[in-house]
Structures are given as structure tokens and as C-alpha cells.
Design a protein around this ligand. Structure first.
Ligand code: FE2
Length: 159
């Protein structure tokens, strides 16, 4: 959430939506830790009556998005798993930049994808990194050292 907040603050995304999405993106892990946790989380979020824009953040956060062909191959229901709004992309990308509670750079995140045999997804993650960095006016990797994961929110003064 701290990483997502920092990006959102910098590029003018909805902080409330990004924070809620970052906190709830793994809601589906209550049911499964597999690739389906995005769709399961979205289903649960809908049951709870959460706003659709938040539901879609949950549904689309897995990997660097899952394209329709890949989703079909994975046996996922025919839904949209590609993050498209600014807030959907921020939560998805922030998730890729955090590993076991530590912030990692985009190149390390890319290597993580490659190590899992997911080079195409890794490339897509890098594209998202560049697009979001452009929206922020700074390379997101350069913002990371100043983020205090366990301390104050970068936007606490705004709340
Ligand atoms: Fe997840």
C-alpha cells in the first residue's frame, strides 16, 4: 500500500481507491493462493457490495495482467484481467515491486518473471513501469528508496 500510495500521489490517481485496492487486492487468497485468487477475490468483493472500480482492481492485479489468450489457457472465466485504469495499473505494478515485504526494483521484478518462465509478462510489467513512470514524471525505481514501508504514509498529511 505504501508503494502504491507513493505512485498514486505522484501521478494524481485517486488515493482512496488505490489505498483500498492495495489493501484488498489479495482478498481472494482467503479461498486460494493460485492464479484464481484474483477472480475469487473479485467475486467475494462483489458479494460484499464493494464498488465495481475496486472489484476490478482485485480482478486485474495478478501478474502484470493476464491477456485473454493466456486466461483461456489457464482455465479462467472469460473476464477482463488486463489492468487499464490508472488505479488498476498502480496496484498491479506496486504488487510487482514488493517481494516479501521489501521493495525491489523493476529489473529485479523482471528477473522474477523470467525465473518463472514468464518473460512476456515481465516485458509487460516493464512497459507498465515505463508508462507509470512517465505519468509520475520520474522513474518509479528512483522513488522507491524514500518509501517508508512500515512508517508514515507518504500522503498522511493529506488525510
Ligand atoms: Fe495477488
Amino acid at each position: 500500500m505504501r508503494v502504491a500510495e507513493a505512485i498514486a500521489l505522484r501521478c494524481g490517481a485517486s488515493l482512496a481507491l488505490v489505498r483500498a485496492g492495495a489493501l484488498l487486492h489479495d482478498l481472494g487468497r482467503g479461498r486460494t493462493h493460485g492464479i484464481r485468487h484474483g477472480v475469487e477475490g473479485a467475486r467475494r468483493a462483489r458479494e460484499l457490495g464493494l464498488p465495481e472500480e475496486l472489484v476490478l482492481i482485485i480482478q486485474k492485479h495478478v501478474g502484470a495482467g493476464i491477456d485473454p489468450e493466456n486466461a483461456k489457457g489457464l482455465g479462467l472465466p472469460p473476464l477482463d484481467y488486463m489492468p487499464s485504469t490508472l488505479e488498476e495499473r498502480i496496484v498491479c505494478h506496486a504488487d510487482n515491486l514488493v517481494d516479501d515485504g521489501a521493495v525491489i526494483g523493476s529489473q529485479e521484478a523482471y528477473q522474477d518473471f523470467v525465473g518463472k518462465g514468464l518473460e512476456r509478462q515481465g516485458q509487460r510489467m516493464l512497459e507498465m513501469h515505463h508508462e507509470l513512470s512517465e505519468a509520475c514524471g520520474v522513474d518509479i525505481d528512483e522513488m522507491m528508496p524514500s518509501i517508508d514501508l512500515k512508517g508514515h504514509s507518504p500522503c498522511s498529511e493529506l488525510i
